[in-house]
Design a protein around this ligand. Structure first.
Ligand SMILES: [Zn+2]
Length: 128
């Protein structure tokens, strides 16, 4: 299955190149060897370790506009859906998960959970 590099970086899929670059640099700092110990503790706490290697892979893919465009297309075809979270993280769910009846998604970053509505999605606000 295709890795969701946007979720990995904690960015929405319409993030600008500048956003991606900034976030990549930020994550590199966070994963600096001096801080790895601390990050590992956090990873244990959240249960979702993000590996430096994955971050580099994401950046290598998304840094080139043409490559990113190709990746975006592949990501859509792979049938996963995502929506940004207030924390700037992202909720991602795959078509396969939907078919299994999964109806809750955990944010990739902050561990908030959203329930999925199966109605045809609108772009309107759904504040409640
Ligand atoms: Zn979040």
């Amino acid at each position: 299955m295709l890795k969701d590099y946007y979720a990995l970086l904690g960015l929405p899929q319409d993030a600008t190149h500048a956003d991606i670059k900034l976030q990549y640099q930020r994550l590199l700092l966070q994963h600096h060897p001096d801080k790895v110990q601390q990050r590992q503790e956090e990873a244990k706490a959240t249960g979702s370790p993000v590996m430096l290697q994955d971050i580099k892979e994401a950046w290598e893919c998304l840094r080139e506009p043409a490559q990113r465009a190709f990746y975006d297309t592949s990501l859509k075809e792979s049938g996963s859906y995502s929506t940004p979270c207030r924390c700037s993280g992202e909720y991602v769910i795959s078509e396969a998960e939907l078919e299994l009846g999964v109806d809750t998604v955990v944010c990739s970053t902050c561990s908030l959970i959203v329930r999925i509505h199966y109605e045809v999605a609108s772009d309107g606000d759904e504040e409640d």
